[in-house]
Design a protein around this ligand. Structure first.
Ligand code: SF4
Ligand code: SF4
Length: 443
């Protein structure tokens, strides 16, 4: 089967604004003086601190752990001294316990950071344990612990591993640069996932607007009979994992279901590279590539950044703001990102980008009454009826919003983007989801 120009039904064509950074090679960010490492930056249980104020730590040392299966340990990204352990806001909007470490600038490696052996000699269980110990979580946004994804129940037969290289969010180019510059590691990571799951088919899906990444991946996978590169049409939200599965495999994940229900496991491209580093170098997830971009930033860049580095340091490293004050700062992209009220928040495992909009770009547009044009229904990739869910939510009728399958919304924002009346559709659906889940939990 030809894996070219694939796509899904619905979605929108959004201007991608990637030209600011798409051709800029990854640069190593300056050493941060202080890192603030959250003990809860993943889906699942928070970690307990394994260090106390005054302790010396090394690069790669585990500083937080949980006994829960759905969780992921956290590690120090610098060598230095623990200064504080306290509650702080993080880019997800939550306030969580963070370990504040002052770097000594020496970057002394912890003794456990060492290669884990040849992939051919590692068993499936050993690969999954290396990934768990390295604290690897999805780096595309949801930060779901990867070892959990790689441990499906025995009744779920997985036949394909998909690597998500769509990066459909406007402005962001971190995954793009990782695939273009470190394609060998992405292929190695894919082979490790395939071995962990006992699967002999791997496909990397990349949107067509990343020709250098596609070329690099094709070259790096030459001779790998079980691995193919699929090119995807440029359309939002192609990077949503269920849309990726539909575009590449033609399968539909049922409402409320998971990729494993249709025989697939999906891993983000940067996560897959992190898996390669965990095996080849024994390196836990202590750094990532983050795009610092937007018309509100003087010198946009793709930076290799230590987890825990404050946004402020990276904004300064990129020349600061273009105006006296920024219009809007977003953790992530404009469609699914989260507005920030402080630049003291730290980079976390899921931080794909820092977007700074100018004051002009950030001006809110007036909200008008719905004109029943139906455009939000047309673009919804999940085939929801955003206008009805939103309207019931605004009337606080969350039971009705649930009947309209609000929980299936992937919060892609395509409906809000297309709405000519500028209705706050995704915002109200997010609220409905929170209320429905809170009600279920209370029951
Ligand atoms: S796109 Fe906006 S105006 Fe059109 S039907 Fe949906 S909510 Fe109403
Ligand atoms: S309803 Fe949800 S899934 Fe559908 S377009 Fe809007 S944000 Fe995306």
């Amino acid at each position: 089967m030809k894996l070219e120009n694939l796509t899904f039904k619905g979605g929108v064509n959004v201007p991608h604004y990637k030209e600011l950074t798409e051709n800029l090679p990854i640069e190593k960010a300056k050493e941060p003086a202080i890192v603030k490492i959250p003990l809860h930056q993943h889906t699942g249980a928070p970690c307990e601190a394994m260090v106390k104020v005054g302790d010396s730590v090394k690069v790669g040392q585990k500083i937080g752990e949980s006994e829960a299966f759905v969780s992921a340990p956290v590690h120090s990204s610098v060598s230095g001294t623990v200064k504080e352990i306290m509650d702080m806001p993080i880019p997800t909007g939550l306030t969580v316990k963070c370990v504040v470490i002052e770097s000594d600038g020496k970057n002394e490696l912890h003794e456990l950071v060492r290669p884990k052996g040849k992939l051919e000699d590692l068993s499936s269980e050993e690969i999954i344990e290396i990934i768990r110990e390295a604290g690897i979580t999805g780096m595309g946004g949801a930060s779901f612990p990867t070892h959990v994804k790689l441990s499906p129940p025995s009744d779920k037969k997985i036949d394909t591993v998909l690597i998500n290289g769509a990066e459909c969010e406007p402005y962001l180019t971190a995954d793009h640069r990782v695939m273009a510059e470190e394609a060998e590691k992405v292929i190695f990571g894919l082979k490790a996932i395939m071995k962990a799951l006992g699967v002999d088919r791997g496909v990397i899906g990349v949107e067509k607007n990343k020709p250098d990444a596609i070329k690099a991946l094709k070259e790096a996978s030459q001779g790998e009979e079980n691995i193919s590169i699929a090119t995807l049409k440029v359309k939002y939200p192609q990077g949503d994992e269920k849309r990726l599965i539909n575009a590449i495999l033609g399968r539909v994940v049922p409402s409320g279901g998971l990729p494993m229900d249709v025989g697939a496991v999906v891993s983000n491209a940067s996560t897959t590279r992190a898996i390669a580093e965990a095996i080849l170098e024994g390196k836990p997830l202590i750094e990532r590539v983050t795009t610092v971009t937007g018309n509100g930033i003087k010198n946009p860049k793709n930076l290799l950044v230590k987890i825990g580095t404050p946004f402020k340091d990276l904004i300064e490293e990129c020349g600061g703001f273009t105006e006296d004050s920024p219009g809007k700062i977003i953790a992530g992209g404009p469609m699914m990102g989260i507005s920030q009220f402080s630049i003291d928040v730290p980079i976390i495992k899921g931080s794909g980008g820092i977007l700074v909009l100018s004051k002009e770009e950030a001006k809110p547009e007036p909200i008008q009454p719905c004109i029943r044009c139906g455009k939000c229904l047309e673009v919804c990739p999940v085939k929801l009826q955003p206008l009805y869910i939103s309207s019931y939510t605004l009337k606080k009728n969350f039971d009705k919003a649930e009947e309209y399958n609000a929980l299936d919304c992937v919060e892609c924002g395509a409906c809000s983007y297309i709405c000519p009346a500028k209705r706050p559709l995704v915002e109200s659906i997010r609220l409905a989801k929170r209320e429905i889940l809170a009600k279920r939990k209370a029951k």
